[in-house]
Design a protein around this ligand. Structure first.
Ligand code: AMP
Length: 112
């Protein structure tokens, strides 16, 4: 837990969020500023700043499994997108690892 981290506070329950799924080590909640009909953030409970700091393949597997389960539950059988922004140039604004699960509309490419 990093005391100033927004997503750590969501993970511990001190800041509310619309939780859609959780496991012992991961949490998924709706993005407060959705960019698609489904926009869910999937995070590890433990504080990891970004993909640059990931060294735990089991944790990554858990995030993948949880994301696929949510995509299925949200009815995204036509496809969906999984995005993580890394650092300033990557567009990261919250420095606790999170994956954006986006779906429910046709995604554009390039993402910009
Ligand atoms: P990123 O810019 O990739 O770091 O993504 C951070 C995301 O967190 C953005 O899509 C924000 O809309 C979202 N966000 C910020 N604050 C909250 C919050 N309190 N609850 C849910 N999502 C949030």
């Amino acid at each position: 837990m990093s005391s100033e981290c927004l997503f750590c506070k969501i993970a511990e329950g001190s800041i509310p969020a619309e939780i859609v799924a959780e496991t012992e080590s991961a949490l998924a909640f709706r993005d407060i500023n959705p960019q698609a009909p489904t926009h869910v953030l999937i995070i590890p409970r433990g504080h990891v700043e970004s993909l640059n700091e990931v060294d735990d393949p089991e944790m990554m597997g858990e995030l993948v499994r949880l994301s696929r389960m949510i995509a299925s539950r949200e009815g995204l059988e036509n496809g969906w997108r999984w995005v993580t922004n890394v650092g300033g140039d990557g567009g990261q604004s919250v420095f606790h690892l999170h994956f954006h699960l986006l779906g429910g509309r046709r995604m554009n490419w390039p993402p910009g």
